[in-house]
Design a protein around this ligand. Sequence first.
Ligand code: ATP
Length: 287
Amino acid sequence: MADEWAITVRGLRKSYGTTTAVAGVDLDVARGEVFALLGPNGAGKTTTVEILEGYRRRDAGEVRVLGADPATADGAWRARVGIVLQGTGEFDELTVGEVVTHFARFYPDPDEPDAVIDRVGLTDKRRARTHALSGGQKRRLDVALGIVGRPELLFLDEPTTGFDPEARRDFWALIQELAARGTTIVLTTHYLAEAETLAARVGVIADGRLVAVAPPAQLGDRENAPATVGWLGPDGPVTERTATPTAFVAELAGRFAGEIPGLTVTRPTLEDIYLEMIGTTGAEEPA
Ligand code: ATP
């Protein structure tokens, strides 16, 4: 089990007073997999991830992360796990270079600090004090600190919040590069395009429960959902919803001499499926 799985979770529960944050989660993440946790605000993503990181105590359940229980794991285990928490990125008067170099010393086999700074796109800011960085630059510094120890397993909690679109694309490339080197990655995100681009599988948490786990293209049986076929008819745009788009398009092709003008065939997007899923499960608890 320890070899095949980076993470195994059974019956995980956690409450804060009367608030149930995690209400019985079972989850397996394979070694080398990129896994994205989706869910609305307050669904229990951060609580789950922080228990896996060893930062929060669970009330019940079995958890193994890289073969150990995070609640009792030692420093050697901790050095194999990289963590990017939700927004820190400020270290008083220290510069970017100083902070990354300092953090590198916590690890037995760290990456070269300047190379890490380069990979997160902060080379221009190496001598800048961290309090003078923009929000997105602070987030990049967080990512640098999460990867400088060359982790086997990397946790990223909403890593691209505050990134501009170009920085987000750069970050995705960095994650794909880490994944290609065999790093197991667990991320939480509110950006469905991010989950779709990066993750081999996504898990949807609502009300502390994992309501679905699947590859993004298959979530909620998305690939078999009815499709909408659109084309340009003699009187303007026409759409038709159909469970058999291939047959429909073949029939439609017969009506036109050549190409079907303006032809589109669309299935529900990941966002459509996700919103339907959390809508029907009553995701947010009343305040
Ligand atoms: P977000 O997308 O907003 O980050 P999340 O899915 O990460 O949300 P959690 O932070 O795990 O959600 O919170 C789950 C529930 O537990 C929420 O109802 C939250 O208010 C509650 N909660 C989280 N941390 C604490 C805490 N330290 N004390 C009390 N309640 C907490």
